[in-house]
Design a protein around this ligand. Structure first.
Ligand code: ZN
Length: 635
């Protein structure tokens, strides 16, 4: 949900400019520096943040960077277009001219006059203008709550690693609002908060949620590390959480402890927004995660069984997979050196799998739905014709280009397949390890070694593909390098599915809608006809973007713009559409009234296979590896 931008007319600066003394860590401008930032959030209800920043400089050209490659969104998408004001002055208030170049809009070059040793920056940020790419790293405000991502209202000097920049950060909140963040509070006086100084990287990695209705629930710390669930929403009804889900999150931590052994954090904070006025968000951090779900989603059984239940396990697992252990091309000293994203099939793919494993082991999701979900992932993979030209690795390399779905023919283009196909890949790896070691080893052994925390390497221990393969070989000797070449970097028209048998299952089409799909359809407001007609159809009759070439509706000449207005002589509804698919066995097809670009036409769709859903069916004479993989490790 995107709110209209409020008018800034009539906005008055609330406080006179006051800049405190700048601390010089060194006289040398290229050594570590300390900057000071005061973020005034009192205008969040008007979707505005005001920042005052001061930092030491040397005279001459000074580069200031607005964070561009912000970690977690995997792209050069820092929301620089939302800057509402950017003024640079000397400490005594004299204007300093700055300029930018079209090819690098995140870099401000200031001409600092002789004699000036510190500069002051006023930066206003216009909130609530996210895109698919920037949801997780944007800032938001409503009259009752806010999300502050510090990258939206800070700049840093070029020429030194952001980890060498210390930030003295203060925040002014609207009256009587509470807040939650992984940052440690040094002092808190009325609505003024001063945080303990941290390096720029840790600040950007520690977003804050705030609002008038905030609840903090400590999760049981006896089992593992201390963890807190902070929930903010427009009112107390929106933030209601099922008691079983709180127990699930507690078990989640216990299960993470059993899987990984140690943790790259001392304390963990789930920051959760429950609101219909903020887009759905999930963004990982080392000591916290930023999550936004619909109002009341955490009290809704269907939404818990769908994306909302899985979100927190996914983002928490990232503390190990992605934040602490990170592909080496994804670790850079600042936020303007481009990242290499080709190993997102580990960062996101393995995390997708581990998030599912932990979610089921914690009892938040069940095994039956998980089986159906795997079958659906396989079905999507089979329907993805784009795999004939594009490797899995290529979907990672241009991750941010694919985040926004193609409205038309998405299966030709491929989506961010490094998530779900990446998860399938790691499920196959677990099957290989378990089968070839005769049940002696599993992916859990790999996780325990690979993610073991070395305090000397915190916060990030980068890894290469060779190191990943070596770690897998430590668990099971196998030609992992060739395995990854075939599965990841080679173009592969179909994903090899032999491993399904070793899981103790085979694939079969069943006519009965699995419970998992029933829930997903209800939450997503569509019907799933992927395995029958090659499409999913919105409750409004419009085709959705899983539209598949070569399947019955595409063959019948429908376009992705099409809206199904009538089915077998009656007005379209989801129930009638499903009934028509079922009756195709007797009728040999469907008759659709199609609306497309101002015109109606009747279309005959030859089809006689009825309802079909790809399913994993148990082979009783083989051990059930899915049951073993998803079995809880703790009591
Ligand atoms: Zn993720």
């Amino acid at each position: 949900v995107r709110l209209p931008s409020p008018s800034v007319c009539g906005y008055k600066r609330i406080q006179p400019l006051v800049f405190l003394a700048v601390v010089f860590a060194s006289a040398n401008a290229s050594a570590a520096v300390t900057m000071r930032a005061e973020i005034d959030a009192r205008d969040l209800a008007k979707s505005l943040l005001h920042a005052k920043i001061s930092m030491p400089v040397s005279p001459g050209s000074v580069e200031l960077w607005y964070p561009k490659w912000v970690p977690g969104v995997h792209g050069p998408v820092g929301p620089v277009r939302n800057i509402g004001e950017f003024k640079v002055t000397s400490a005594d208030g004299k204007p300093i001219k700055w300029s930018r170049e079209s090819h690098e809009t995140s870099r401000f070059v200031c001409e600092v006059p002789a004699g000036v040793r510190e500069i002051a920056i006023e930066l206003d940020y216009i909130c609530n203008q996210p895109t698919e790419n920037t949801n997780g790293v944007d800032s938001y405000g409503t009259p009752t709550l806010g999300v502050i991502n510090w990258n939206t209202c800070l700049v840093y000097p070029g020429g030194l690693p952001v980890r060498d920049i210390t930030v003295d950060l203060t925040l002014i909140l609207p009256d009587s609002w509470k807040y939650a963040t992984a940052l440690k509070t040094a002092s808190h006086d009325a609505n003024h908060v001063t945080f303990a100084p941290r390096d720029f990287e840790s600040i950007v990695d520690s977003p804050l949620i705030c609002g008038s209705h905030m609840t903090t629930i400590p999760l049981d710390k006896q089992t593992f590390k201390p963890a807190f669930l902070h929930v903010v929403g427009p009112d107390s009804a929106a933030t209601e959480i099922k008691p079983e889900l709180i127990q699930g999150y507690t078990r989640l931590f216990a299960e993470a402890g059993a899987l990984f052994g140690g943790a790259p954090f001392e304390t963990y904070h789930f920051l959760v927004v429950c609101s219909d006025d903020i887009p759905n968000i999930g963004l990982e951090h080392l000591e916290s995660s930023l999550n936004a779900v619909d109002a009341k989603a955490l009290a809704d059984d269907d939404k818990i069984a769908s994306w909302s239940g899985y979100l927190l396990p996914h983002e928490m697992a990232h503390a190990w997979c992605g934040k602490y252990r990170r592909p080496d091309h994804m670790t850079k000293p600042d936020y303007h050196t481009p990242l290499g994203l080709n190993m997102l099939w580990v960062y996101e793919g393995l995390d997708q799998h581990l998030g599912e494993v932990l979610c089921v082991r914690a009892g938040i999701w069940n095994l039956e739905d998980t089986r159906a979900r795997h079958a659906f992932d396989i079905s999507i993979s089979r329907n993805t014709v784009g795999r004939e030209w594009r490797s899995l690795e290529d979907t990672a390399v241009v991750a941010w280009e694919l985040r926004a779905r193609s409205r038309f023919w998405n299966t030709m283009r491929r989506a961010q397949d490094y998530y779900r196909e990446g998860a399938l890949l790691w499920l196959e790896i677990d099957a290989i390890i378990r089968t070839q070691s005769a049940g002696q080893k599993s992916l859990d052994d790999f996780c325990r070694n690979f993610f073991a925390v070395d305090p000397a390497k915190l916060p990030i221990a980068p890894f290469t593909l060779d190191e990943l393969c070596a770690s897998l070989n430590g668990v099971l000797e196998h030609d992992w390098k060739s395995f990854f070449t075939q599965r990841v970097s080679d173009v592969q028209a179909a994903y090899p599915l032999d491993f399904v048998e070793s899981l103790g299952y085979h694939l079969e089409y069943t006519p009965k809608l699995p419970a998992y799909h029933k829930i997903e359809e209800k939450v997503g407001k569509y019907i799933n006809a992927l395995d029958s007609l090659g499409v999913s159809i919105g409750e409004d009759g419009y085709l959705r973007s899983t539209y598949t070439p070569g399947m019955p509706l595409a063959n019948a000449g429908l376009s992705p713009r099409s809206k199904i207005a009538g089915v077998n002589g009656r007005t379209f509804s989801s129930d009638r559409m499903r009934e028509a698919i079922r009756e195709s066995v007797q009728k040999g097809g469907l008759e659709l009234l199609v609306f497309d670009a101002e015109a109606y036409r009747t279309v005959q769709v030859p089809y006689r296979d009825g309802e079909r859903y790809l399913s994993l069916v148990r082979d009783k004479d083989k051990p059930d590896l899915l049951e073993s993989i998803y079995a809880p490790r703790t009591k």
